[in-house]
Ligand binder design. Structure first.
Ligand code: NDP
Length: 301
């Protein structure tokens, strides 16, 4: 987005890039203090199975983020034909390695590998993606845990921009285990941000626009480019766009990234809105860094 575009905007831009950079500086400072005192830096390990283009980009961005905050990182690349048992064995190896604080396995996995088995094999104390049942259970009960990175990032964006959520009606579109479901739990929790009255919409919801039009906060996570249009948004609402889809385009890369929100029409109606790219994406990565630091501190005090 150009500067002139920003000036013409009606809604406040919830800038995930700027916010995540500010958090990055805070983490880097903490890591510097840790290493200055002679202790090792926090360490994140990632397993990537196969050659999926988007997954490779995500993992690369996570490695770069580790470098920027001063974490150690290890990337284990496994061939797409690696057996499920071999992937699980690698996870157990990393679980047992005291020099590693966090472990993520990039999803999606090849069809012959069970996502559930993989996520449940990761030691819950190293599960910085927050996908293990123990951590999901704690989140549901409102206990301290690793909140999965995307919902964690969104919560922090709302907090840092002082978006008032208490008593508001929040509509979450999407009920996946990694975004929609945990997001709806967090927005309804007794805390800040939170204390919303939450409606969860999904592919069976009828008259979906009636719900989004009634929402003070709309969080859209369905993976359908530009699904939410301005006529589906209540004037003054906060709009959070989680979606990232590659849409074919006549450019060098052959695609452009699109969110689930039709930005141009929604920003005219909303009071605050996240862009894609530069909104929820960078906040997700920083959430992962924060979870890794948290794991390190829980391990080393
Ligand atoms: P899933 O495909 O797992 O879930 C999509 C959800 O949207 C489902 O609950 C589905 O309903 C619902 N849905 C699908 N179509 C409709 C429809 N027409 N109307 C209403 N609801 C619908 O996706 P994810 O949650 O994993 O991801 C969603 C998007 O967010 C994707 O674009 C993904 O790339 C992006 N993403 C971005 C991240 C980031 O860092 N910014 C991180 C993670 C995801 P049902 O349950 O009925 O099938």
């Amino acid at each position: 987005m150009t500067e002139s575009n920003q000036k013409e905007m009606n809604a406040i831009l919830l800038d995930g890039k700027e916010t995540s950079n500010a958090i990055k500086v805070e983490i880097a400072k903490e890591v510097e203090e840790i290493t200055k005192s002679g202790r090792r830096a926090p360490h994140l390990a990632a397993i990537l199975v196969g050659e999926d283009g988007a997954s490779k980009t995500y993992v690369k961005n996570k490695e770069l983020a580790c470098q920027r905050v001063g974490f150690a990182s290890t990337l284990l690349r496994l061939d797409a034909t690696t057996s499920e048992e071999d992937v699980l064995a690698k996870i157990r190896e990393i679980n047992a390695n005291d020099a590693i604080d966090g472990l993520i396995v990039q999803l999606p996995l090849p069809a012959h590998i069970s996502e559930n088995k993989v996520t449940q094999t990761i030691d819950p104390t190293k599960d910085v993606d927050g996908f293990h049942d123990v951590n999901v259970g704690k989140l549901t009960k409102g206990e301290d845990t690793f909140i999965s990175a995307t919902p964690f990032g969104i919560i922090q964006l709302l907090e840092r921009y002082n978006i008032d959520t208490s008593g508001k009606h929040c509509v979450v579109v999407g009920r996946s285990n990694i975004v929609g479901r945990p997001m709806s739990i967090l927005m309804s929790r007794n805390g800040n941000p939170g204390n919303c009255t939450v409606t969860v919409c999904h592919s069976r919801t009828q008259n979906l626009a009636d719900f989004t039009r009634a929402a003070d906060i709309v969080i859209v996570a369905l993976g359908k480019p530009e699904f939410l249009t301005g006529d589906m948004v209540k004037p003054g609402a906060t709009v959070i766009d989680v979606g990232i889809s590659r849409v074919d385009a006549d450019n060098e890369r052959g695609y452009v990234l699109k969110g689930d929100v039709h930005f141009e029409s929604c920003e005219k109606v909303a009071s605050a809105i996240t862009p894609v790219p530069g909104g929820v994406g960078p906040m997700t990565i920083i959430g992962l860094m924060q979870n890794t630091l948290k794991s390190y501190k829980l391990r080393h005090g």
